[in-house]
Design a protein around this ligand. Structure first.
Ligand code: GLN
Length: 498
């Protein structure tokens, strides 16, 4: 890759937008550079479908707009779109064989919002199948390889986290300026933490779910992964909107979080849940302590709190999410659309073969669990109980936010693990990756993961800020101040081959 390519592709979204507007860089050249960068980085498997022709068409349109000084908020900015946002005329697979050849007739609201502001789509990013996973190793289209390397084991491939591993990798590897992602139990924040990027999971209902392939509808929420807080703020300003086509969409006015940004943590009360600081690794303890020091320097006040319900969030998430998934995924029956097995000679067998061959192991596991907890045998003792606990989790957060402005937690329990180690983990060990992320999905709260430091062998560690419902502006303000102040150096090795 030439130095010029590197220079162009390393620009942040906000800088690139300004340079495109001032015509310091040309949009056609910019987009072409990205198309080449995507192709050169195919070894990472970050994209399931590349859309260079679409990107070129969109770039031509942007060129006209920019020429007339009519650049919109994301004019000419090349993005990766997670492959669960339906894109009209462009294959949308959700990482599954069952949707291998599915070409939607319509555009998701989130991707339409991006198009309406002049964004350019480089392609559809790889993901765990139906967004189920924490390592991006369950995709039918193969695992994603993180562009991050440990300083100790440069030769070792690492996971980018999941389920939005393709989006996080595209952003971290500089092959997309920013990307869309979705978070049901951590899939924006955990890959952001593993790849040293910024990811925000907004308040449930802020971004429309219309046209997003459903996993667990009461938890799913779209959000961006970006290179820094300001870029994430701009992306979310465009992605979020009230949408009558989604009955759970929040009817709140649109905000430009970037224009309204006031980086500051001064005077804020930051809650430190003691449960999150028990049994942390040395690396994480050091990074969290450093983060708290940074926040104190910025004038924040830290307050000890207790999140007693946190330990129940993970087990109850793994009841509610599979329950909703088993219901949502019932639509894939080989009749209406998607893959159909041709090996059966009656309709019952056709359903069974289609779903056995069309879904991967993890998806089938979730369907089994979900069907069980919704059955007569499991409903009262699992599903109803989990819903009650969910209510308690929500109430505990509400109570805490009467006393603090923001809560700080680690995003993950450590740095990225090896690509080879993922498949060796038990399902429960894999689920434990989500211990710090699922609680806010259960409570429908917003949370942002921002790089906070590195492990001793150079792997990024994210710090998570959580706020009350619709506190996205506050979260951007705190994390921008934090990002500006935190001295994390650049210990991470970017893969040589890109
Ligand atoms: N890792 C979690 C799961 O597998 C969360 C996934 C997500 O947020 N989409 O359910």
């Amino acid at each position: 890759m030439s130095t010029l390519t590197n220079d162009l592709c390393s620009l942040s979204l906000v800088t690139a937008r300004d340079k495109l507007r001032s015509k310091e860089i040309g949009v056609l050249e910019f987009v072409e550079t990205y198309i080449t960068a995507v192709q050169d980085a195919r070894g990472l498997n970050a994209f399931i479908t590349e859309t260079p022709e679409l990107a070129r068409e969109q770039a031509l349109r942007s060129e006209k707009k920019l020429m007339h000084g009519e650049g919109r908020l994301l004019e000419g900015i090349p993005l990766g779109i997670k492959d669960l946002f339906c894109t009209k005329g462009v294959r949308t697979t959700a990482g599954s064989r069952i949707l291998e050849n599915f070409i939607p007739q319509y555009e998701s609201t989130v991707s339409q919002n991006l198009l309406d502001e002049g964004a350019v789509f480089l392609g559809k990013t790889n993901m765990d199948e139906f967004a189920m996973g924490s390592a991006n190793i369950t995709s039918y289209f193969g695992p994603v390889i993180s562009p991050i390397r440990s300083t100790e084991h440069l030769e070792k491939d690492l996971v980018p986290g999941g389920s939005s591993g393709g989006s996080a990798t595209a952003v971290a590897a500089n092959i997309a300026v920013a990307a869309t992602a979705s978070d049901t139990g951590g899939s924006i924040r955990q890959p952001a933490s593993f790849t040293g990027t910024v990811g925000i999971k907004p308040t449930y209902g802020l971004c429309s779910r219309y046209g997003m392939v459903a996993f667990a509808s009461s938890l799913d929420q779209a959000g961006p992964i970006a290179r820094n807080v300001r870029d994430a703020a701009l992306m979310l300003s465009v992605m979020a909107s009230y949408d009558p086509k989604d009955s759970t969409s929040l009817n709140v006015p649109r905000t430009n979080y970037l224009d309204a940004l006031q980086p500051s943590a001064k005077g804020l009360k930051i809650g430190i849940p003691k449960e999150c600081f028990e049994n942390l690794s040395d690396d994480l303890t050091r990074v969290m302590r450093g983060s708290l020091d940074t926040l104190s320097h910025l004038g924040a006040e830290t307050v000890d709190i207790s999140l007693k319900m946190l330990k129940y969030a993970l087990p109850t998430y793994y009841i509610i999410a599979p329950a909703e998934a088993s219901s949502n995924l019932a639509r894939y029956d080989g009749v209406r659309y998607g893959f159909r097995a041709t090996t059966a000679d009656n309709i019952q067998d056709m359903y069974a073969h289609t779903r056995r061959l069309g879904f991967g192991k993890e998806v089938r596991r979730r369907i089994f669990i979900g069907t069980y907890v919704l059955s007569v045998a499991g409903y009262e003792s699992y599903y109803v109980m989990a819903q009650k606990v969910r209510q308690k989790i929500t109430q505990e957060f509400e109570e805490i936010f009467k006393h603090v402005d923001v809560i700080i937690m680690p995003t993950t329990t450590g740095g990225a693990f090896g690509l080879e180690d993922g498949p060796k983990m038990s399902a429960v060990d894999m689920y434990l990756n989500d211990i710090f992320t699922v609680a806010l999905n259960m409570a429908r709260l917003p949370g942002i993961s921002v790089p906070g430091g590195y492990t001793s062998d150079g792997l990024p560690l994210g710090v998570q800020f959580i706020g009350p419902r619709l506190s996205e502006q506050l979260l951007f303000n705190v994390s921008a101040a934090f990002e500006d102040a935190v001295q994390i150096g650049d210990a991470t090795q970017i893969k040589e081959t890109i």
